[in-house]
Ligand binder design. Structure first.
Ligand SMILES: *Cc1c(COP(=O)(O)O)cnc(C)c1O
Length: 446
């Protein structure tokens, strides 16, 4: 498999390089040089395959033999360890539950796959790989559990002290083994700055093999395409066009859906669902992309003012080489394939309540935004369609908002509830880069 940078189609790298580097030097994003079209009989017969077999078939085809079959199967078995069930609300609306993983959000799919893939590529190395991650709360849990006990890899997570929820903190600090948590006396931005500086530190880089586990890593997007196929499979034989409504922040999930469509999955249309941070819906309407600072909302995993995967979306829809007018060039094809809608917190709260009243289904604030967008789309379309809302998080992650809207207690799943009784193990550090460097040198360098 070869990948190019969205800023330079000529500079091709291998999958291994793209996975370890995360970002190309030119600050573009890695894209697969070829998105293969899957056998139409495979897609017709999806019902005969398990979720793991679907993931295997897709990755085998996209990786183009770069990973031997037996190793690839082992990677899939290690990463696709929980289901993605499709729940029907009514004739035209379904919910795809992506929260059955350890951190209760869809990011578990990407994090686990990335971890298995890195573990595989790292296997021949004699020195361990150190992964540095800054988290504002959520991603850290998915990454920590994804890499837990991966041989040859250790993860150092920096999080802002007192600024993550108790359960989030427990997810970062109770695993032990190869997962280390540094509790930074500062903000998320401080954590991020410390990690950035480590990557620029020549001396440290000569002492330690460092890598990141960024959300823009291509290995996180690939497994996110699997569950579009899995959803389609569970829908069964349908005549109506299939549309996906995707609660979006950095637009990784939506980009993975576009990959699935390019691979031949008959997705009729995409719905980009956002909160008031609606730069992409705005672009789809006006053809002009204007990023802006994000605003806080109750669907906070989507509070993004300059979505990192937008460059990948533009790249997929522009026929010609990247140039300054590329957003303009991508506009017409992109708005044909994707409709965008943004909603405020008031509407989101009402939607949580409405879904509960109408369907006895408890939806989280992110899924609720997806529900609103699907409703809007189906109201404006002439014919019927089968809509699938990606439910990106378990409602118990946003328990206060959800309970206030449904007036019903939300149960915290056992796998998270047990964490409450475990002891936190973290090292308090200052928000200076030297604190991180000292810690790394003291712990990992003899
Ligand atoms: C990360 C996240 C999103 C946004 O996903 P993107 O791929 O960044 O668009 C939506 N919902 C939840 C719960 C998330 O954690």
């Amino acid at each position: 498999m070869q990948l190019y940078s969205t800023k330079n189609k000529q500079a091709l790298v291998s999958l291994k390089e793209a996975v370890f580097k995360g970002l190309p030097e030119d600050n573009g994003l890695y894209m697969p040089a070829i998105i293969p079209i899957l056998d139409s009989s495979f897609i017709r017969n999806l019902g005969n395959y398990s979720f793991q077999e679907i993931g295997y078939a897709i990755s085998k085809s996209i990786f183009m033999g770069e990973i031997p079959d037996a190793d690839l199967w082992a990677i899939i078995e290690r990463s696709l360890t929980f289901p993605a069930p499709l729940v029907q609300l009514d004739e035209q609306k379904h919910v795809l539950e992506l929260f059955h993983g350890p951190s209760l959000a869809f990011k578990d799919f990407g994090a686990r796959f990335m971890a298995s893939l890195m573990g595989y590529f790292n296997a021949g190395e004699k020195d361990p790989l150190t992964i540095l991650v800054a988290t504002s709360g959520d991603t850290g849990g998915a990454v920590a559990s994804g890499f837990y006990k991966t041989p040859g890899i250790r993860v150092v997570i920096l999080y802002p002290s007192g600024k993550v929820s108790d359960l989030q903190e427990k997810q970062l600090t109770t695993l032990g083994e190869n997962i280390f948590a540094l509790e930074v006396a500062g903000t998320f931005d401080d954590c991020q700055a410390m990690v950035k500086q480590a990557f620029l530190d020549e001396e440290l880089r000569n002492q330690l093999r460092l890598s990141s586990a960024n959300s823009i890593n291509i290995s996180r997007l690939i497994p996110q395409s699997f569950y579009y196929f899995e959803a389609y499979k569970q829908l069964g034989q349908v005549k109506d066009p299939v549309v996906f409504s995707i609660p979006s922040g950095n637009f990784g999930n939506l980009t993975a859906g576009l990959f699935a469509q390019r691979m031949g999955l008959p997705i009729h249309h995409f719905i980009a669902a956002t909160n008031i941070n609606d730069v992409v819906p705005e672009y789809l309407q006006r053809g002009e992309y204007r990023s802006r600072p994000s605003k806080a909302t109750i669907s906070n995993a989507m509070d993004v003012g300059n979505p990192s995967n937008f460059a990948r979306m533009v790249n997929l829809f522009q026929e010609t080489q990247a140039d300054s007018a590329s957003e303009k060039a991508a506009w017409t094809p992109m708005k044909t394939a994707i409709s965008g809608y943004g909603f405020d917190d008031e509407s989101t709260r009402s939607a949580i309540s409405e879904v509960f009243q109408k369907y006895q289904y408890t939806i989280d604030p992110h899924g609720a935004v997806g529900y609103l967008a699907l409703k809007e789309y189906q109201l404006n379309e002439k014919g019927p369609s089968k809509g699938i809302i990606l439910e990106t998080a378990h409602p118990s992650k946003f328990i206060d908002e959800v309970e206030a809207a449904t007036h019903e207690p939300v149960e915290i799943p056992e796998r998270l509830a047990v964490l409450a009784h475990l002891d936190k193990q973290s090292t308090p550090v200052s928000n200076q880069y030297s604190a991180l460097k000292d810690w790394l040198q003291n712990h990992f360098i003899q």
